[in-house]
Design a protein around this ligand. Structure first.
Ligand code: FES
Length: 168
């Protein structure tokens, strides 16, 4: 057996052992973990006014599900509508869960400062951190527009206090 064939065959054997250790099952027997988010109607586009946030809960009514929808009046990452300016975010700081409800700032299109350690998030750029103690972006609620109806369809990022966005 050549050196190349030997390395290839032992590599395959190692991979197979690693997959089966701890589960007793081959990789093909393990179902893939895929999160299926509820599709939830949260507002009418025609009813939104620029810089006037609307609170809602998503993806469920569990802990830390409170979120807000806002028409920024300027194009934003993930924005929907004719101006791509309607976005939604979870209301809880990714650092230690500070409550950001009603902290939207129209002049900077941001949320914060967090009441605990002052983190501030940019809503035009997927909730990226502007300043403060947090090191993860604010979870963005993914939106779809159907006619005049706005639907929440998923969450980009992990909601504070959860090990899975759909399970507390
Ligand atoms: S909890 Fe928000 S910055 Fe610490």
């Amino acid at each position: 057996m050549s050196r190349r064939k030997f390395l290839l065959s032992t590599g395959v054997a190692t991979t197979t052992v690693m997959v089966t250790i701890g589960t007793g099952k081959a990789a093909t027997d393990i179902p893939a973990m895929v999160a299926t988010y509820p599709r939830k109607k949260i507002a009418k586009l025609s009813a939104l006014k620029a810089d006037e946030p609307l609170n809602f809960e998503y993806p469920d009514e569990g802990a830390y599900a409170q979120s807000m929808l806002v028409k920024l009046g300027t194009e934003a990452g993930g924005g929907i509508g004719p101006q791509k300016d309607v976005v939604a975010f979870n209301n809880f700081c990714t650092h230690q869960g500070g409550d950001l409800t009603d902290s939207y700032k129209a002049d900077t299109k941001s949320m914060g400062a967090c009441p605990l350690h002052l983190s501030t998030y940019d809503l035009t750029r997927h909730g990226i951190l502007i300043s403060g103690q947090a090191y993860q972006s604010l979870p963005q609620v993914l939106l779809e527009l159907q006619g005049d109806d706005i639907y929440a369809v998923g969450v980009f990022g992990l909601i504070y206090g959860r090990f899975d966005n759909l399970q507390g």
